[in-house]
Design a protein around this ligand. Structure first.
Ligand SMILES: *[C@@H]1O[C@H](CO)[C@@H](O)[C@H](O)[C@H]1NC(C)=O
Ligand SMILES: *[C@@H]1O[C@H](CO)[C@@H](O)[C@H](O)[C@H]1NC(C)=O
Length: 186
């Protein structure tokens, strides 16, 4: 089961993932407004402890994210999160369906064919940015914090919020990065 999750991680941009979800985290989850999560984002901040991320953290590129309601046949409240990321000279997109749980802002991602739940995702929304925390539930022990911003250049105050958020999740400062926009994701 490690493989699909690692693969997903490698594909989903610059990201990386995480570990076992402690139920207590659900109550740490502050505000979530679904409407505020929809639309177009730039993934401007990242932190992970996946080894490939740590090796490549200085070579990450900012990517574009689009969050939209999935078609109703996928289930009520399901979101379709599409990530655009550079792959060599090419530009690719990858979509994942996020299934809501009973906790607002908490979603799970299940691998389409295996039916295995691979990720737990917590989303905290704000007007101009969102803080995401993902744990990979496949036992590989990866986790990921991501800052989504409506603009490519978030204010320093927003970056500071993300740094504090990621630090609270256990990421050391040197593993929190703000990838430049290389233009490839546009
Ligand atoms: C998710 O969104 C992408 C990009 O708009 C689209 O190509 C894809 O078909 C959507 N998938 C689902 C299951 O809604
Ligand atoms: C990543 O961090 C999590 C949570 O602190 C930990 O359980 C896991 O073992 C770490 N994984 C790696 C590969 O360092």
């Amino acid at each position: 089961m490690a493989a699909p999750c690692s693969l997903w991680m490698a594909l989903v941009l610059l990201g990386a993932l995480g570990v076992l979800p402690a139920p207590a985290r659900a109550s740490e989850q502050p505000g979530f407004q679904r409407d505020q999560f929809l639309g177009r984002w730039f993934a401007v901040g990242l932190a992970s402890n996946a080894s490939w991320f740590l090796e490549q953290k200085d070579n990450q590129a900012m990517c574009l994210i689009v969050v939209a309601p999935a078609a109703p046949e996928h289930g009520q409240g399901v979101l379709n999160l599409t990530t655009g990321f550079p792959r060599g000279e090419e530009y690719e997109t990858r979509s994942m369906l996020l299934t809501p749980t009973n906790t607002p802002g908490h979603y799970t991602y299940t691998a389409p064919y295996s039916g295995i739940e691979l990720q737990d995702l917590w989303v905290e929304t704000h007007k101009k940015y969102a803080l995401l925390y993902t744990v990979c539930a496949d036992g590989t022990g990866f986790h990921l914090a991501t800052l989504y911003s409506r603009t490519e250049t978030p204010q320093d105050a927003v970056k500071d919020k993300f740094t504090a958020f990621a630090a609270a999740k256990g990421f050391p400062k040197e593993d929190i990065v703000f990838p430049p926009n290389t233009g490839k994701c546009m």
